[in-house]
Design a protein around this ligand. Sequence first.
Ligand code: MG
Length: 219
Amino acid sequence: MKKIKGILFDLDNTLIDFMKMKKMACSEAAAAMLGAGLKIKAENLADDLFKYYLNYGIEGDYPFTDFLKEHNAYKDEILAAAINAYNRVKSAFLEPYPGVIPTFIKLIKKGIKLGIVTDAPSLKAHRRIDSMKLHGFFDVVVTEANKPDPKGFLEAVKKLNLEPKEVMMLGDWPEKDIVGAKNAGLITCFAKYGQMENVKEKVEADYVIQRIEEVNQIL
Ligand SMILES: [Mg+2]
């Protein structure tokens, strides 16, 4: 068995249930828009908003503005209600998956070094890590990694003072997290619990886990 001395984690949908949070936030924003007087067919508004968010780019700041303008329905009072509702859910929901913190504590007791490799913009990534109160756990945080580019993985491995073959990458996105880490020479673990839709392609990871706690069984 390979000796794993460090683990790198993807952030969104690996440590934090990001899509679920966005979906809930969009649904609250839809209700708030209607409450503020938006005249649009209401049935699918939450879904439409969420799709808009996905298409616009999940890190976007202005999808609601664009959505309203595109529907000729822009009013400051409607946008204000949407943003407030969205932010209420977002700040209330930003939590790690259950099991993350106990898992980290066990790993650290075993002397495993922990890190993050994420594509998220630096400030947003650090705000999420801080909100989840996870900042003390990591020896390295690499943001804007542009996965599957091997550079971010290798930068993190180097900062851990380890060799790629001593480090495992855990992530939910096969083409980015698994392919990228494998090409950088890391051990790979697929976070099946974080996948958005059923992943159709075969995932060529060394390990597959259904819950984050299972990481401890690999070591
Ligand atoms: Mg992810």
